[in-house]
Design a protein around this ligand. Structure first.
Ligand code: TMP
Length: 234
């Protein structure tokens, strides 16, 4: 697969065109940012680790009947993906209170929830990805009602599959962020699923195995990512 032009560079990944107009190469960088890029750094080997973790998770979700943009792994840092039009929403599912939900509602970190919470943010770095509800999404045409029905059903289905998967490797899935894309009249899962986009706590101890180690300067960041990779691929 020939790599052609860089069409997009985000905080953690780069997208390149290929000789097939329906396919892109997604390249994973070591760069890490937090708080809308106010904090910047790199996590050694992160690109390689997240490419491998995302690959494994997309394959697992595929086996559960969830359509994703993943086509195949190409190299340590590259995967071949379907070229989608990204729905400009960050779709967040929470199983336990952490991060911005704790700040929003003054909750202690780790507060239990009687059911999962689904949240949407409008993907616009200039505004810091503000939280929006389904009325904003409909009124401003960020997505159609039909697309939102598909996105909501997929988000909950993915949550169930991911929770179960992580449970088998002794990790509690606290929350995560998804991005969806439009592909030939369908909605499919895009972007990545990795310790950058999930909160993952060791069962029992609650030790953080995700990007909160970077956000909060907890140390042993690379080791935590490596540990997730080891378990995910064991
Ligand atoms: P939050 O608690 O900061 O809103 O984050 C919720 C989840 O979404 C958490 O697992 C981290 C992930 N996330 C991203 O992947 N990208 C982002 O830009 C943000 C703010 C959160």
């Amino acid at each position: 697969m020939e790599k052609r032009d860089k069409i997009y560079e985000g905080k953690a990944k780069i997208l390149y065109t290929t000789d097939d107009p329906d396919l892109l190469i997604q390249y994973f960088k070591d760069d890490a940012t937090a708080f809308n890029a106010a904090k910047k750094g790199t996590i050694d080997q992160k690109g390689i680790i997240n490419n491998k973790i995302s690959t494994k998770i997309f394959e697992m979700l595929g086996s559960h009947g969830v359509a994703t943009h993943f086509v195949k792994s190409l190299s340590d840092r590259e995967m071949l993906v379907k070229r989608v039009t990204i729905v400009p929403l960050e779709v967040i599912v929470r199983n336990r209170a952490a991060g911005s939900l704790c700040r929003l509602l003054g909750l202690p970190e780790g507060t239990g929830l009687v059911c999962p919470i689904l949240e949407f943010s409008y993907k616009e770095d200039r505004l810091g990805d503000p939280m929006v509800n389904e009325y904003h999404i409909r009124a401003l045409k960020f997505a159609t009602d039909d697309e939102m029905e598909k996105i909501k059903a997929l988000a909950f289905k993915i949550n169930e599959a991911l929770r179960e998967f992580f449970k088998t490797i002794n990790i509690e899935l606290i929350d995560f962020k998804l991005e969806f894309g439009k592909y030939k009249n369908d909605i499919i899962l895009a972007d990545e699923i990795s310790p950058d986009t999930c909160r993952l706590w060791e069962m029992g101890t609650g030790e953080k195995l995700d990007k909160d180690r970077f956000r909060r300067d907890l140390g042993n960041i690379e080791q935590a990512y490596q540990e997730v990779l080891r378990r995910v691929t064991q």
